[in-house]
Write a protein that binds this ligand. Sequence first.
Ligand code: PLP
Length: 392
Amino acid sequence: MNRIIYLDNAATTRVREEVLEEMLPFFRETYSNPSAIYSFAGEARKAVGIARERAAALIGAKAGEIYFTAGGTESDNWAVRAVAESRADKGRHIITSRIEHHAVLHTCEYLERQGYEVTYLDVDEEGKISPEAVERAIRPETILISVMAANNEIGVLEPVARIGEIAHERGVLFHTDAVQAYGHIPLDVETMHIDLLSASGHKLNGPKGVGMLYCRENLRLGAFIHGGAQEKGRRAGTLNVPGIVGFGKAAALAGERMQERYEREEKLRDYLIDRVLAEIPYTRLNGSAKERLSNNAHFCFRFIEGESLLILLDQKGVCASSGSACTSGALDPSHVLLAIGLPHEMAHGSLRLTLSEETTKEELDYVVESLKEIVGRLRSMSPLYEDFLKQK
Ligand code: PLP
């Protein structure tokens, strides 16, 4: 097989043809700045309005509650910082979890340096955050709870509806980082009591560098980027019209295909998980077996270095990830894997395979066969594995 097998869809996805087609005129023909007065700008303005409606429809929000940003990282930064700053007179305590994306965690750490207090909730061995623990952590001075809808490494789905309900019963704002969940699972800001929600275009077959922050209508959040009057003066900067149009189209398509896609991916994901666990010994699945994203399979292989595994998979044309910062050269094992209780040695041998609508069973068969061979080869060179066999 000499084509690429792309199983890193949690990192980013391919832009769909229909999405690209809808974006192209906004580079070449309808390229005006949507803020301009002349009628030529009207087309771009109209397209942004349609995108806003589409983006909102996917989560039961109103178009006026959507603010376009440059991606999930910006949306997370904005949500957490703006609540912290605008509610500082009410309190300076924030609740989040240990397994959030760094866009939330590092923003919380920044706020700690500004004098805020942050509670980082533990998760169970499946990566689940307990709503009861959220409730126990609430104090009179708590102003925000930020819990992700789905984890980007191990794919676990968090009980956001229940957490949102608790937040609202106790008068606390609720933000969810839905970057991995938006367009993949049903989300409804009303029934789930969500005040702020982050999403990103490139995780749902839309373009990179464009995202959104949903912000409940009655919230008076401060501006994040100062400058012009764009996005009601809260997020200044000339709008990325092609990106926003692409985001809207991707959201619309994701909504139409969600059920079908979920069912297809789930079947293939379970096929992959079952084969890997059955055919490769000393392997574990990370995250809940059932309450996980339909496209996520995340494993740890004992006695193996994840880096080596990725390099050897790459030589076979397979794009995969360890799902953690390890891939960017950091030596620390993933904070998510440590949070679910894995020892360092185990956490280093991780592999995240994330499927797309285009993934086929034939590709997965190839990947499983490759993995069997590579894991066997790496273990045969591992002194740890040798010791383990001697002790058995
Ligand atoms: N939050 C989660 C859960 C993510 O998975 C990601 C991206 O991997 C982000 C935030 C950041 O999104 P972006 O790449 O659009 O900045």
